[in-house]
Design a protein around this ligand. Structure first.
Ligand SMILES: Nc1ncnc2c1ncn2[C@@H]1O[C@H](COP(=O)(O)OP(=O)(O)OP(=O)(O)O)[C@@H](O)[C@H]1O
Length: 285
């Protein structure tokens, strides 16, 4: 086991184990059945402390179900999820609270992430009140720090979330997830609804925060083109099964790749070409 300092400092209430294992997340022989359907079928992977894994697959392959299991929003039918040396909680408010503090998720459909009745300041202050012992002034400083990190202007703090643009909203959700210094961030299709410029901005932001905070990252996407430069490893899923897992630098090594991964790659390249043509000449029909 590695013994590491908790970068989050002393502001956490009842932190999990101080000894951080080299593996931040371990998923083993994971099965999930829902309404008589096998949604996940023997999924296995691990993410090292500070490591990053992309889970890639077409719609319906089970990516979101996997994220929900890791977030303890659903229970597996069988198998193991071990985070930072702790097993997935099955009961007990304290265990769930520790889990939700150290693992944060940002979804594609973020409309319900920020309470529409609160100002952006109050939305960002909420997790700090729930999960840290920071005082009012410290909370304000932390909010300003993270607002700056995600590239949002201070004046937006007065606004209700409904007044934010799609890109601003997504960045605010990222700030809310990161502001309590989680150990693992799960991003579930977080850039799918954004244009290509905003996609790149969010990816760059994730890279820099990952570098600065030593964050472990699980990045879920159907778009393979987003992964290089962001994640160390790629796990490809299809129909609830793991097709293969490899280092990102081996993505274009076609002789070693599964036919399904190559098909995913080709469809991504086709979409990119279409997008370039569209940008240059406008849509053809
Ligand atoms: N309650 C349920 N009962 C039965 N099947 C379900 C249930 N919920 C989801 N599914 C099915 O599980 C499969 C995996 O869904 P999931 O949302 O995890 O896939 P995904 O890869 O995240 O897809 P997307 O990218 O479209 O969100 C889908 O075929 C879906 O129809």
């Amino acid at each position: 086991m590695n013994i590491q300092n908790n970068y989050a400092g002393t502001d956490r209430k009842d932190s999990l184990a101080k000894e951080v294992p080299a593996r931040m997340l371990e998923v083993g022989q994971l099965f999930k059945e829902m309404n008589g359907r096998q949604i996940l079928n023997d999924i296995n992977f691990a993410i090292e402390d500070g490591g990053s894994l992309a889970i890639v697959g077409e719609s319906g392959s089970g990516k979101s179900t996997l994220a929900q299991l890791i977030m303890a929003l659903k229970q597996p039918t069988s198998g193991q999820i071990i985070f930072n040396g702790q097993h997935l909680p099955r009961k007990g408010i304290k265990a769930y609270k520790a889990w939700y503090r150290d693992i944060q998720i940002v979804f594609q459909n973020t409309a319900s992430t920020l309470n529409p009745a609160l100002s952006l300041f109050q939305c960002l202050e909420e997790p700090l009140k729930n999960f840290t012992t920071l005082n009012r002034a410290e909370r304000k400083n932390r909010i300003l720090e993270y607002l700056g990190k995600v590239g949002l202007r201070e004046e937006l703090l007065r606004y209700r979330p409904g007044k934010l643009s799609g890109g601003q909203y997504q960045r605010a959700c990222l700030a809310k997830a990161l502001i309590i210094h989680p150990k693992l961030l799960i991003c579930d299709e977080i850039v799918s609804n954004l244009d290509i410029v905003l996609q790149q901005r969010i990816i760059e932001l994730l890279k820099s925060i990952q570098r600065e905070q030593g964050l472990s990252l699980l990045f879920i996407t159907h778009d393979l083109s987003l992964v290089p430069g962001l994640c160390n490893d790629i796990l490809v899923m299809k129909d609830g099964k793991k097709i293969e897992q490899f280092h990102t630098s081996d993505l274009h090594n076609e002789s070693a790749r599964d036919a399904y991964t190559i098909a995913l790659l080709k469809s991504t390249e086709m979409l990119e070409t279409k997008w370039m043509i569209w940008k240059e000449s406008g849509p053809s029909s």
